[in-house]
Design a protein around this ligand. Structure first.
Ligand SMILES: Nc1ncnc2c1ncn2[C@@H]1O[C@H](COP(=O)(O)OP(=O)(O)OP(=O)(O)O)[C@@H](O)[C@H]1O
Ligand SMILES: [Mg+2]
Length: 379
């Protein structure tokens, strides 16, 4: 008799960035999460710009390549969970005073305040989180129809069907926060999560099992590299190496890289403080933030935790994107280390990738997307 312990094929998680595509798929064997497939591809600049697909033909080709020949495993589903870039979307826990007006109307009016588009140009959704005597908390999310339809076209042309198109902070929280696991019990913490990507970065506030809000940040890995290249009059490849090797370590490279990066991180700290002011004013009942968690490749900048915690006086940690993965975490971590050390095409990015200390941080979004189906199944 043959047993099949794989309960179902879970949807694949695909993180579409301007310069890379990342794929993770999980399965379940003997009740445990296992890694089904893993892949990553670089994208040339210009195919996707600021989250908008500029060259659909090339993007479709790359998605097909991503899915059909993973570096590890075999994709066994044509369903996809993907996300829209944080910069293009909106998510906020609205605190709404009770009035005779319909909650739906109030939420619509609130959403309009934050998004520079007409209601007929966006998709939006909301869910009641808490209902108190005088006030209701409603989690509202919105995304421009234009971007949603681009992503729909992208996946359908690649013969995939969209199971869900999420807002990126939702996926990031699912991979990094133990509170998001169906196994979690007890009291949750208040977090700030900062995703420092190549082209875009964002900050997400999270409390009691829900996202409160997210904001885009004006700093990302490419801009750090560009600043180093410009200041030192060196090419981008050298600048990228210097950024990764020296980071904020003032004792290295005559402290020049430290000086350049420090200036940019000061800007980041300013933005964090502005967002903290907003948090303290609007979310008065949630209490103090207990931890700041960093993810995305930029979280690997040497010394960045201290540079942020010294400024905002909150504990700062690198995220653990494997925290909700049980045994699959070990395998994934090994494979990502191996992948980032590969030098297959000898191309520039892969050379640099071999220097990245913790490649799992760049996979936080893809892991969170892939976990959606697994967690839904376990709840
Ligand atoms: N050790 C390191 N020190 C500094 N920066 C690093 C390090 N490792 C990776 N990075 C930077 O991380 C960035 C890539 O991060 P990530 O993979 O999270 O981006 P992405 O998800 O592809 O892009 P985005 O989220 O902007 O669309 C690059 O800019 C890279 O230079
Ligand atoms: Mg990213």
């Amino acid at each position: 008799m043959r047993f099949s312990f794989i309960k179902s094929a879970f949807p694949i998680g695909i993180d579409v960035s301007d310069l890379s595509l990342k794929l993770v798929q999980f399965g379940i064997v003997g009740g445990k999460i296992k890694l089904q497939a893993l892949n990553r591809l670089d994208l040339k600049p210009g195919i996707i710009e600021n989250g908008e697909i500029k060259d659909m033909g090339k993007a479709v080709e790359k998605i097909k390549e991503l899915v059909s020949v993973p570096m590890f495993g075999k994709v066994n589903s044509n369903k996809v969970v993907a996300c829209l870039p944080e910069t293009k979307t909106f998510i906020k826990l609205l605190k709404i005073e009770k009035t005779p007006n319909s909650l739906g109307d109030i939420v619509e009016a609130e959403i309009q305040k934050y998004i520079p588009l007409f209601l007929n140009e966006i998709y939006f959704d909301w869910q009641l989180i808490e209902d108190k005597d005088a006030e209701q908390s409603v989690l509202a999310g919105a995304a421009p129809k234009k971007i949603v339809s681009q992503y729909a076209e992208l996946f359908s042309a690649a013969d995939l069907s969209i199971e869900a198109l999420e807002i990126e902070p939702v996926a990031i929280c699912r991979s990094l926060l133990p509170e998001e696991s169906p196994r979690f019990s007890g009291e949750g913490k208040n977090y700030i999560i900062i995703d420092l990507g190549a082209r875009r970065s964002s900050i997400v506030y999270y409390s009691s099992g829900t996202i409160l809000f997210s904001m885009s940040l004006p700093l990302a890995g490419e801009a750090l590299t560009d600043a180093i290249a410009k200041n030192l009059k060196i090419n981008r490849e050298k600048a990228e190496k210097a950024k990764i090797l020296y980071g904020l370590d003032a004792s290295k490279g005559k402290g020049i890289i430290n000086k350049i990066l420090s200036g940019m991180i000061t800007e980041l700290n300013k933005k964090i403080k502005e967002s903290l002011d907003f948090y303290q004013n609007y979310y008065t009942e949630e209490g103090l933030i207990q931890e700041i968690i960093l993810c995305g490749g930029g979280a690997n900048v040497n010394g960045i935790e201290k540079a942020i915690s010294d400024s905002v006086a909150i504990e700062v940690k690198k995220g653990d994107a494997l925290i909700n993965l049980e045994d699959a975490g070990e395998k994934l971590s090994q494979l990502l280390k191996w992948m980032s050390g590969l030098n297959i095409n000898c191309d520039y990015t892969r050379n640099i990738n071999s220097l990245i200390q913790d490649p799992t941080l760049t996979f936080a979004t893809a892991i969170g997307l892939a976990l959606r189906g697994v967690f839904a199944d376990k709840k």
